[in-house]
Design a protein around this ligand. Structure first.
Ligand code: SF4
Length: 347
């Protein structure tokens, strides 16, 4: 992280932004972070480079539309104690840290993360968050997100995992992280040991949006995590100008599967402030998901989801294959053909 580009001056000095770029107003509102691994992936000769688009700020971020909101998925409405989001009965988010190795320009928590964000939980706040989980026996799964939980040192992660180990009703620990892709050198034996120190079944959701992110260094990290017994799933944000083509999504999903990462979520972009230039319509997203279905293996299919603004949870918004139900069901096949399926015969 110490070598990351973090200021407009860093961007200008590295040639990622022109001198006098006028990006100071953006930097005042939203954090900047570009790690050496990401810098290596940026193609400076391509003005539409999908890697630059994800990480290099632009003045388009100063445009906020009336639909956009500071807390687009309603975390704050479901936060009984600091650092916990309890939206569904059987699982909680534990947000121990609001720092990331990179700052994605489309981030749905961009108002909460970064040096001016909500920071790291204090010792007392972490005690209260753990006590909340311990007191709620319906909590089956703890999801560590943030920020990026893997910015914590292995020692601090291990301490946290050992505290979760003592809570019998928690069976699953899940991490959501960009680290294996954007700072792969952090994934080493000490990190893997720390991640699984709870002794619970442990999942790690790798956030990647473009097939170029699955570099040899990232792949080495996936191998270490898998060898340590950590199951890998994916999460991707559907982003205009980054991955809004069936070819790119197909290559990315196949890349996940080839690396033994099960495709999990394809997120419709959230209504985060200053991110309108990244949004596609739901109809465009559904058409892409339908085209993926016709093109690549069932193993490679993510679930296309929308976090309903206001904190009402996720909805599966993939286009349905049932396109009519007039007595019979009408089912659409992968090439667009329509077929009748009879109703169940009376017993
Ligand atoms: S890593 Fe995640 S939380 Fe951090 S800036 Fe990117 S999208 Fe936001």
């Amino acid at each position: 992280m110490s070598d990351a580009l973090k200021t407009v001056g860093d961007l200008e000095a590295s040639g990622l932004a022109p001198a006098h770029s006028g990006l100071d107003a953006v930097a005042k509102k939203y954090a900047i972070g570009i790690t050496p691994a990401v810098l290596d992936l940026i193609d400076r000769s391509d003005p539409t480079d999908p890697m630059a688009r994800q990480f290099v700020p632009t003045r388009a971020e100063l445009v906020t539309t009336p639909d956009e909101r500071v807390d687009p998925i309603g975390d704050l409405a479901h936060s009984p104690v600091t650092g916990i989001v309890h939206r569904y009965p059987d699982r909680v988010l534990l947000k121990a840290v609001h720092v990331c190795p990179v700052y994605c320009r489309f981030c749905f928590r961009r108002e909460m993360v970064g040096p001016q964000g909500l920071g790291t939980l204090t010792g007392d706040e972490l005690d209260a968050a753990i006590a909340y989980i311990a007191a709620h026996t319906e909590i089956w799964e703890v999801i560590l997100t943030g920020g990026d939980p893997l910015v914590l040192s292995p020692r601090r992660l291990r301490d946290l995992m050992e505290r979760l180990a003592e809570i019998e009703h928690v069976r699953i620990v899940r991490f959501h992280t960009r680290v294996p892709v954007v700072e792969p050198e952090r994934i080493d034996a000490a990190m893997v040991d720390a991640l699984k120190a709870s002794g619970k079944t442990t999942y790690l959701a790798v956030h990647a949006n473009h097939p170029r992110e699955l570099t040899p260094a990232a792949r080495a990290g996936f191998d270490l995590l898998l060898a340590g017994g950590i199951a890998l799933i994916s999460q991707t944000v559907l982003l205009r100008g980054v991955n809004d083509s069936v070819e790119t999504l197909a290559e990315l999903m196949r890349g996940f599967v080839e690396n033994r990462i099960r495709p999990y979520y394809l997120h419709h972009p959230d209504l985060a402030p200053g991110t309108g230039h990244f949004r596609v319509s739901i109809a465009e997203g559904q058409a892409l998901v339908a085209a993926l279905r016709g093109r690549i293996s069932g193993l490679c299919q993510p679930t296309y989801v929308l976090d309903i603004p206001g904190g009402y949870g996720k909805a599966d918004i993939g286009a349905t294959s049932i396109v009519g139900s007039d007595g019979c069901f009408t089912v659409r096949d992968w090439q667009g053909g329509e077929h009748a399926y009879p109703p169940k015969a009376p017993d």
